[in-house]
Design a protein around this ligand. Structure first.
Ligand SMILES: Cc1ncc(COP(=O)(O)O)c(C=O)c1O
Length: 368
């Protein structure tokens, strides 16, 4: 083995991301074919049929580099959202958008304020830039404590990450609360609003962050991984004032969004029937799972997203392992600091039924 080369010191605090177990992997391990993955908040309907058709056509064009400017997608989104095409930056999923933002704004020792629990990538992108995450506990009802987040902002703070609906809790920030927060935020701090699940929100008190982009230092993140059903292709985008986007463009690789992703996203964007069906499935699934969890005496956080944060009343790693043996994959809460909780994606009616049935059996087994 060659002599070990020391890694950057700021990497010491970083644990590699543990992704949800892929269905194929579990099926291979158990020798089964009907595993169900309710672990990564993907769209259980499969991809949009229009996206699949666009992909077929685009396959014969992959000998060329992709369009570095994402021209057609940029135009389509600018028109749909009534924004300037220069207000967008496209990335290899919102994960990359987050990394680009940290690379643009975080000098070593500078800080980002994040909620706890929330999506782990915020801490990750801060740490790889040798930045410092300032974690602010959520309120007892798992909503963002914006007062406390504001109090955590100091002269070293460059970024505040807000996730709404929040992963893993499914809770949202209400419009008035966000506006009060933005009004009082000191100058020089950029607010990242991650809206990976915003299309699922049914609460009327929700905000439209795009309305704030000219007035406040806000950057909105959206993705084609969730309701648009294209997680496997990796495409997210960030929207902000042109000047902010121009700064982030300095650290962006030229061909970070592949050709197939661009073509599929453009088609999915126009597939209203698919979007409607996806929303409907989640609305019905919320009721189905909420009723099922309640019937089993399990408490859960009311959700505005396509997943639930449920208290299993047991070590969720144990429940997870038992469910795996039965072909069902969920996400354990220990990674978010809540070892008795699990994050469970809402699937199709049949998948939800299977989850409820297997969960009941596993919990009974563990109790006896
Ligand atoms: C809040 C949040 N933001 C971003 C992402 C990542 O999105 P993408 O697949 O676009 O990288 C996820 C994925 O689970 C998420 O939950």
């Amino acid at each position: 083995m060659p002599k070990r080369i020391s890694r950057r010191r700021c990497l010491e605090g970083i644990k590699p991301y543990v992704p949800g177990k892929p269905v194929e992997e579990l099926e291979r391990e158990l020798g089964i074919t009907n595993a169900v993955k309710l672990a990564s908040n993907e769209n259980a309907l499969g991809p949009s049929p229009l996206a699949v058709e666009a992909l077929r056509k685009a396959l014969s064009e992959v000998n060329y580099y992709p369009d570095a400017n994402c021209y057609y997608l940029r135009q389509a989104l600018a028109e749909k959202l009534n924004l300037d095409p220069e207000q967008f930056i496209f990335a290899n999923g919102s994960d990359e958008s987050l990394k680009l933002i940290a690379e643009t704004y975080i000098n070593p020792g500078e800080e980002g304020v994040i909620a706890d629990p929330t999506f782990s990538e915020y801490e990750f992108v801060l740490r790889i830039m040798d930045g410092i995450p300032r974690k602010v506990p959520m309120r007892p009802d798992f909503s963002h404590d914006l007062e406390a987040m504001l109090a955590a902002v100091n002269e070293r703070t460059r970024l505040v990450f807000l996730c709404s609906p929040n992963n893993p809790t499914g809770t949202i920030i209400k419009r008035r609360e966000l506006e009060r927060f933005l009004d009082r935020l000191p100058a020089g701090v950029l607010v990242v609003i991650d809206e990976a699940y915003y299309e699922y929100v049914s609460e009327p008190d929700y905000f439209d962050s795009l309305n704030y982009l000219q007035q406040y230092p806000v950057i909105t993140l959206r993705t084609f991984s969730k309701i648009y059903g294209l997680a496997g292709l990796r495409l997210g985008y960030a929207v902000a004032a042109k000047e902010i986007i121009a700064d982030i463009n300095r650290v962006c690789e030229p061909f970070n969004v592949n050709h197939l992703a661009q073509k599929a996203a453009l088609a999915a964007l126009k597939d209203e029937a698919y979007l409607q069906k996806s929303r409907q499935m989640i609305a019905e699934g919320r009721e189905q799972l909420a009723a099922g969890f309640s019937a089993q005496g399990l408490s859960f956080v009311p959700t505005q997203a396509n997943f639930f944060f449920v208290d299993l009343g047991h070590d969720s790693q144990e429940v997870f392992q038992e469910l795996l043996q039965r072909g069902v994959i969920i996400r354990t809460g220990d990674i978010f600091g809540y070892p008795s909780y699990a994050r469970i994606t809402i699937g199709t009616k049949a998948e939800n039924e299977r989850l409820l049935c297997e969960l009941e059996a596993v919990l009974k087994e563990l109790q006896s």
